[in-house]
Design a protein around this ligand. Structure first.
Ligand code: PRX
Length: 656
């Protein structure tokens, strides 16, 4: 297919004016078009209304205390128990038999957990933690695979007021140790191992190693999952089935202050020391529950909801655990990788469990594109009614592919912009309201105040590019960086003055006032004084029929400030014609964006370096592009990827 035809077909697949909400969905949507006006009229009152969807033991006397910015307090004086809101109240209301999770192990084993069973499991685990001496306010590290015990452990902590700190199971012993030290965790909950890519991978040895590098952990609670041999430290290690299984299912839950800490989640940062993002109880639960209900239009009696992410990330915390449970949703939880044992595994799960809503990341969608549409076409995906995207800007090509090949052309896609720090969705369409524009997260969630500003903090004109800021506090906002109030102030609140949160993302406003996220500001290149987003160039590259994935970095250039360097993975059927292909792609980008965006170098590679959450590590690509020694590679999924890329590179940049 020639370029021109392909571009025409992309343009013709983007209807003028966007994709309006399907009328049947709009007619029955949880949230209608009047919501924005209502929320704007009384923002804090709007959040009070949403907080009333939860059960409070004590009502709040002040909805928001913003007298000491940037330290917010929401629902001051209110008391609730987060776990009771997620589990007990649904059982008490007669929904004990409803499935909370359809859990699917990678090897094919399954577990169905009803709300009543979940309540029993959480109470048992809460009693076990108490037996280990855990008290309200203590930190508990959770280092588990995607098994039900991960959710049970988080809820058990919440139930007794302990602060959980989940570390993604793919992290190294060093990363685990530094987080345990920073959070000063007393207990670690782990497993012998988990299943990934068809084989058991060990976790307990990582904990053993981590605990040689940090002090203060008294107990290690170990779930048996893979039956691998484990080393055992008597007096410290205890099996879950020995300690938890025999506990009573009775546990009287205490109500905690709305501002009681709920969890710490470390972000893989750009500096050496990770930031411990602190979330608290009442405001966090209010916004995750509301956003999950409004953005995914959750109907608890009929929907089967699937966030295909790991509980080790904020997406898992908010949209596998707290949001869905607060809304009494039935969720799917899958332990493994999409290609195990075959590339249709996700679609098989959707077919079997009649999943109605799927929430995943653009990087995964592009992987599916690479594998080809015939894979999902082999399964019945007609149960799906809504799709979601999170984690990075979704390029229109991937959006359309997701819409056509997964959503059957009928499912609206919610492109949700948010961060570990924001706790819940912030910029997103609403399914029964918004006419969708592929590639744009569009507008702030009702009750959220956002703006796009220039260097001086002045709101930009439609059509211009600037920085995304949040101009009012929101219920699920981070409260601080654990143990470091100064860093909290410096990182997020110092750039544009008091009370303005700097998100670190570039954004463009279109003529309708819709927001287009352009990626991290540090990913914005400056070429001859023109600001160009790496995402924009990547999006242009992947819109070419030969390209499956692309990563773009700005490398220092003596003439232009920065030069654009692109790394591309070709689609399976594309032929690498060397310089010929590079020329074609360069021309394609010039055509898509303009000559200023023409990459200085384009390199065809077999893999891209990604973090375990699927983010491309541009920092490492920049090192390569600038012929520097590689920086820290420990957060990569697979550090050998860098050797692979380096070995494929030409000795010198090719110039036209
Ligand atoms: O750059 C934005 C990007 O991911 C960043 C937040 O990453 P993290 O804290 O790991 O949380 C990911 C899951 C919420 C943001 O600063 N990002 C996230 N969602 C989108 C996005 N960029 C564009 N569009 C999105 N929908």
């Amino acid at each position: 297919m020639s370029e021109t035809t392909d571009e025409q077909s992309l343009a013709s697949r983007l209807p003028e004016g966007g994709f309006p909400p399907p009328p049947e969905l709009a007619a029955q949507a949880n949230v209608g078009p009047d919501v924005y006006e209502r929320a704007d009229a009384d923002r804090v009152g709007f959040w009070e209304e949403q907080a009333r969807r939860l059960d409070w033991v004590e009502p709040w006397d002040q909805a928001l205390d913003w007298s000491n910015p940037p330290f917010a307090k929401w629902f001051v004086g209110g008391k609730l128990n987060v776990a009771v809101n997620c589990v007990d109240r649904h059982v008490d209301a007669g929904h004990g038999d409803q499935v909370a999770y359809h859990w699917i192990g990678e090897p094919g084993d399954t577990r169905t957990i009803t709300y009543a069973e979940l309540k029993d499991e959480v109470c048992r685990a809460a009693n076990a933690l108490i037996e280990l001496g855990v008290q309200a306010g203590d930190r508990v590290a959770i280092y588990l695979p995607m098994i039900p015990e991960a959710v049970i452990s988080m809820l058990a902590c919440a139930r007794i007021g302990a602060v959980h700190m989940v570390v993604f199971g793919g992290f190294s012993p060093d990363a685990l140790a530094s987080r345990i030290t920073d959070a000063d965790a007393k207990v670690v909950i782990t497993a012998d191992g988990g299943y990934r890519r068809g084989a058991p991978s060990a976790l307990k040895p990582n904990v053993d190693e981590a605990l040689t590098k940090t002090e203060g952990v008294r107990s290690v609670l170990v779930v048996k999952r893979t039956e691998q041999d484990v080393e055992w430290t008597e007096g410290r290690d205890v099996w879950w089935h020995d300690l938890v299984t025999g506990q009573s299912t009775e546990h009287e839950a205490e109500a905690f202050d709305a501002e009681h800490p709920l969890y710490i989640m470390y972000t893989s940062g750009t500096t050496a020391k990770p930031k411990g993002i602190l979330h608290t109880s009442g405001g966090y639960l209010t916004q995750v529950a509301y956003s999950h209900w409004a953005v995914f239009d959750i109907k608890p009696d009929t929907d089967v909801f699937w966030t295909a992410a790991d509980v080790g990330w904020v997406t898992g915390h908010s949209y596998i655990v707290y949001g869905p449970l607060a809304n009494r949703a039935t969720s799917v939880m899958y332990e493994g990788t999409p290609e195990t044992p075959h590339r249709g595994r996700w679609w098989e799960i959707i077919q079997e469990y009649k999943v109605t809503i799927l929430y995943t990341a653009p990087t995964t969608i592009r992987t599916f594109m690479k594998w080809g549409p015939e894979v999902p076409a082999g399964f019945d995906l007609s149960s799906l009614r809504l799709l979601g995207s999170v984690g990075e800007p979704i390029n229109p090509e991937a959006w359309l592919w997701y819409h056509e090949h997964i959503g059957g052309g009928r499912c609206p896609i919610m492109d949700t912009w948010w961060q570990t720090e924001t706790g819940a969705h912030m910029i997103t369409p609403l399914p029964g309201v918004t006419t969708l524009k592929p590639g744009s997260a569009q507008r702030p969630l009702p009750g959220i105040a956002a703006s796009v500003v220039d260097e001086e903090g002045k709101p930009i004109e439609p059509g211009a590019t600037g920085y995304l800021v949040l101009t009012e506090p929101w219920p699920a906002m981070l409260r601080t960086i654990w143990g470091d109030d100064e860093r909290y102030k410096d990182t997020y609140w110092s750039r544009y003055g008091e009370g303005v949160y700097f998100a670190g993302d570039g954004a463009k406003l279109d003529e309708d006032g819709d927001i287009w996220l352009l990626g991290r500001v540090d990913d914005v290149m400056n070429v001859s004084g023109h600001r160009i987003s790496t995402t924009e160039v990547e999006s242009a590259l992947v819109s070419h029929p030969t390209v499956a994935e692309a990563a773009v970095v700005g490398a220092t250039d003596a003439t232009t400030g920065q030069g654009i360097v692109a790394f591309v993975i070709l689609r399976g059927d594309a032929v690498d014609s060397g310089e010929e292909l590079v020329k074609t792609l360069r021309l394609h980008v010039r055509k898509e964006i303009g000559p200023i965006a023409s990459p200085r170098q384009i390199m065809v590679v077999a893999e891209l370096p990604k973090t375990r959450s699927g983010k491309i590590m541009r920092r490492l690509l920049r090192d390569i592009a600038e012929n520097r020694e590689l920086g820290d590679v420990t957060t990569l999924t697979d550090s050998s990827v860098m050797d692979l890329i380096s070995s494929k590179l030409p000795a010198a940049p090719s110039e036209d």
